[in-house]
Design a binder for this molecule. Structure first.
Ligand code: HEC
Ligand code: HEC
Ligand code: HEC
Ligand code: HEC
Ligand code: HEC
Length: 693
């Protein structure tokens, strides 16, 4: 999530809190949303002795062998969260610590909670939080193996225990924090720009422990001629950023304009000869652009892309232009790309919508009809010279190419650290760069990378799983479709742009009377809502059933990152990643649960939720998720939190609340009318009855 976004939201929250009193609004500094996390290594190894960052939650899970923070090495550590808890009105709360190891919480400098031990849950005395911001500091220490699981929850008079919500947390920005964040950003940039493809470490990193992004591939070019138009390739090589402002491919051509044009032509001619085009490229058949336009609107392409008929990328660096997309591909190859974007490029940022052939063809036809026509052919190039230039320029350092293309040799990473690191790729201008690639880095990015290669390159050997998740959510733009921590998703914000393309309504907005809600789930609690093994399958696109079959939108697949992303999301919430075992069947609870979900003498859950092989009986505007799927995927704690108060988690949900403030329900003759016991019985029934189905 962008820092600017956080700042804006923090600001809005603060204005809201100070609304009745204009004076307070002026005096109070506008604090950004988030919490400051300082990690101190107790046995400093390859990484820094202390590191800090901004996080979303007061929670952390660090399994042994992983780093607590990107810039420190694995091993025992202490972590300190600090910032402010913000409440709109005075509130009496109890704080709850869950986890292992030692933990302590202070509010305005006064201790309120201390706990120690394995898998402990410790509650504070009730505390009165004044309206507005209350300063807090929480500390935790890992065990000697460097493992820690910790979460801070709170419970109010009107709500049950829940993790401190990200939207209620703010922090003070400080120079030391900014410095660490800049170094961390440089580390990410180093991996994403594939610097190590040409500047490798002396000892190869261990693939299991190292920063996962270091293994990223670039598109396989062994079939480039079959897929790509030669004139587009030549234009791409002259300036990749013209087609994609966030391109991770550097500009490699240098010298005079004429020399560059010649290199581009020759390289394109060489690539054009690689691979064999499909025998019958026209097999695609004619598809209707209008159907493609409607799909473009319904699937949320606008969350990440410009419209194909939009001119230029000005002012929208985060959006990938599509104007040239159709002209880039040979006939039939665009539809093939849309059907399997990760083929030949596992780490592509374009997600896999698992489109049917007809859908991909319709989208391709739409992109071709609205986009720019193919540019004129670049003229015949010298393919043999192109092959030589490819070796000299280092194309094979990043791309898979036919066997004969040697990678380019450059300085080892350790040697970069010894020099001034102000020439070559980090040179300020063409003269300082010489024949090295041009990554279009601004002065701040160059300074960050310089500091990183000189002081912190060793931290690439390990990684913090929770930080991998945060980086990946940002890089893959999950917030194109999902709201997060109270910030709306970009699709909803940009929905107006595609209204003319046949979208029924702006997706994500409340449904019109009588229609089914098209609301998409928020990402805020994903790390503690669903079980990790389910999430791995879901993110990889291997789920056999759709969770919400009524949605026009579709969750696309991200197979390359599914496993580490799912794990990192859980650990960021201080949650364990092992599967929860189903309860041992208790016939009494199963029977009670069965009655409670039913229509006679129960809550009639089955009117909205399917169970077993039955579908929901009376879904009008509020279909619920099939219990077979819910039982398989939810964590039990989240299930409980949801049932006690669905509206607290999702203010727009149509799921009713069945428990009152005293923890009682309207069904008094089952389990004494006690909501906690009744909900447990339903869970028991769902987990046992839906097992193995
Ligand atoms: C395609 C290969 C390639 C990639 C990728 C690459 N470099 Fe380079 N780099 C070179 C070449 C070639 C030179 C020129 C000096 C040489 O021959 O080693 C160079 C030189 C440098 C130098 C100057 C070394 C000196 O002291 O003379 C630095 C610093 C540097 N690169 C950093 C980076 C960083 C940071 C990245 C990632 C953003 C990066 N490089 C990515 C090929 C590459
Ligand atoms: C530092 C790594 C790196 C080097 C070196 C590099 N590329 Fe790329 N290239 C990429 C990445 C990454 C992409 C994917 C697009 C993106 O991220 O912008 C790409 C995309 C491409 C594409 C488009 C492929 C597609 O299927 O969309 C072509 C063609 C290409 N590169 C050709 C070359 C040639 C020719 C060279 C050598 C002159 C070269 N690249 C050197 C990283 C690199
Ligand atoms: C979550 C963000 C996201 C969504 C949603 C998304 N894309 Fe993409 N798409 C990307 C990114 C990023 C790229 C650039 C590829 C890369 O960097 O690896 C891309 C690349 C493409 C390309 C190739 C462009 C080129 O110049 O190589 C096409 C075509 C495309 N997307 C079409 C679509 C369509 C059609 C949809 C809707 C069905 C869609 N995308 C939805 C992120 C997204
Ligand atoms: C093109 C839009 C789109 C993008 C991009 C997207 N999602 Fe989703 N996601 C959805 C939709 C739609 C659903 C609901 C699917 C269903 O329930 O059938 C969903 C569901 C989910 C769920 C299940 C949540 C729940 O409560 O059921 C998780 C977790 C999730 N997405 C995570 C991610 C992550 C992580 C990313 C980025 C790597 C991402 N999504 C990117 C559209 C998207
Ligand atoms: C009026 C319809 C309605 C009734 C009645 C109803 N629910 Fe729901 N339920 C919903 C809706 C809507 C959702 C949210 C679906 C979504 O996230 O998109 C939901 C979500 C859930 C979830 C989360 C499922 C998941 O996998 O994310 C659970 C668990 C659940 N309901 C249990 C129950 C139980 C138990 C009852 C009866 C005590 C019940 N519901 C009664 C409509 C209903």
């Amino acid at each position: 999530m962008a820092r600017a976004d956080r700042t804006r939201r923090g600001h809005a929250l603060l204005l809201l809190l100070a609304a009745p009193c204009a004076l307070a609004a002026q005096e109070a500094p506008a604090r950004p949303q988030g919490v400051r996390v300082v990690v101190e290594a107790l046995r400093p190894g390859a990484g820094r002795a202390t590191d800090q960052r901004v996080d979303r939650l007061v929670a952390l899970g660090v399994p042994a062998g992983t780093a607590p923070s990107a810039l420190t090495a694995p091993g025992p550590f202490r972590v300190t969260w600090s910032g402010y808890v913000n409440v709109p009105l005075r509130e009496r709360v109890v704080f709850v610590h869950e986890g292992e190891g030692t933990f302590a919480l202070e509010l305005e400098g006064k201790p309120v909670l201390a706990s120690q031990g394995t898998d402990a849950t410790r509650r504070s005395q009730p505390v009165r939080l004044a309206k507005g911001a209350t300063r807090f500091v929480a500390r935790a220490t890992s065990n000697l193996r460097g493992e820690l699981f910790a979460r801070l929850l709170w419970e109010g008079t009107a709500f049950r225990a829940e993790p401190l919500p990200p939207a209620a947390l703010t922090y003070d920005p400080e120079p030391a924090l900014a410095e660490a964040e800049a170094l961390r950003a440089a580390r990410t940039r180093f991996a994403l720009l594939r610097c190590a493809a040409c500047h490798p470490p002396t000892q190869p990193w261990s693939a299991d422990a190292a920063m996962p992004e270091l293994t990223r591939d670039a598109p396989d070019l062994r079939d480039a001629g079959a897929r790509l138009s030669a004139s587009w390739v030549a234009a791409w090589l002259l300036d990749p950023r013209r087609f994609h402002p966030q391109s991770e491919m550097p500009r490699l051509l240098h010298g005079s304009d004429a020399e560059q044009a010649r290199d581009a032509r020759d390289l394109a001619a060489w690539l054009a000869g690689l691979g064999t085009a499909p025998a019958d490229p026209a097999a695609a058949g004619p598809a209707a652009p209008a159907a493609g336009g409607a799909l473009f609107a319904r699937l949320g392409c606008i969350g990440c892309h410009q419209r194909p008929d939009a001119e230029g990328a000005a002012g929208a660096p985060d959006l990938v232009p599509l104007r040239h997309a159709a002209a880039k591909f040979r006939p039939g190859a665009l539809a093939a790309f849309l059907r399997a974007p990760a083929r030949g490029h596992a780490w592509t940022r374009m997600p896999d919508f698992q489109l049917g052939a007809d859908e991909a063809e319709a989208l391709a036809a739409f992109l071709a009809a609205k986009g720019a026509p193919p540019s004129a052919e670049a003229g015949a190039g010298d393919a043999a010279r192109g092959a030589r230039r490819a070796a000299e320029l280092g194309c094979a350092n990043c791309h898979a190419l036919p066997g004969g293309t040697a990678p380019r040799a450059a300085l080892e990473l350790a040697r970069l650290a010894q020099g001034e690191a102000e020439r070559g790729c980090l040179g300020a201008d063409a003269a300082a760069r010489g024949t090295a690639p041009d990554f279009a880095l601004d002065a701040a990015a160059r300074a960050g990378l310089r500091a990183f290669v000189r002081t912190a390159a060793a931290t690439l050997a390990s990684d913090a799983p929770a930080e991998f998740a945060a980086r990946t959510v940002a890089r893959l733009q999950c917030t194109a479709c999902h709201s997060l921590d109270g910030a709306r998703d970009r699709w909803t914000l940009r929905a107006g742009e595609v209204r003319d393309l046949g979208a029924d309504a702006a997706p994500g907005t409340p449904p019109a009377e009588g229609s089914v809600s098209q609301g998409r789930p928020a990402l805020t609690w994903a790390g503690e809502k669903v079980q990790t093994d389910w999430l791995v399958e879901f993110l990889a696109g291997r789920s056999t059933e759709r969770t919400r079959p009524w949605l026009h939108a579709r969750m696309p697949a991200f197979p390359a990152v599914a496993a580490p992303l799912a794990r990192g999301l859980a650990l960021a919430h201080g949650q364990r990643t092992e599967a929860e075992a189903p309860p041992v069947a208790d016939p009494v609870l199963v029977a009670a649960g069965q009655r409670l979900i039913g229509q006679s003498g129960g809550f009639a859950c089955v009117t909205c939720h399917g169970i077993g092989t039955s579908e929901a009986t009376q879904v009008f505007e509020a279909p619920g998720i099939h219990f077979r799927i819910a039982a398989r995927r939810l964590r039990s704690e989240y299930y409980r939190r949801w049932l006690f108060d669905p509206l607290r988690i999702d203010p727009a949900t149509r799921m009713p609340k069945f428990a009152d403030e005293q923890g009682r329900t309207a069904i008094v003759d089952v389990l004494g009318g006690d909501a906690a016991r009744q909900f447990a019985a339903i869970w028991h029934h769902l987990r046992v009855a839906s097992r193995d189905r």
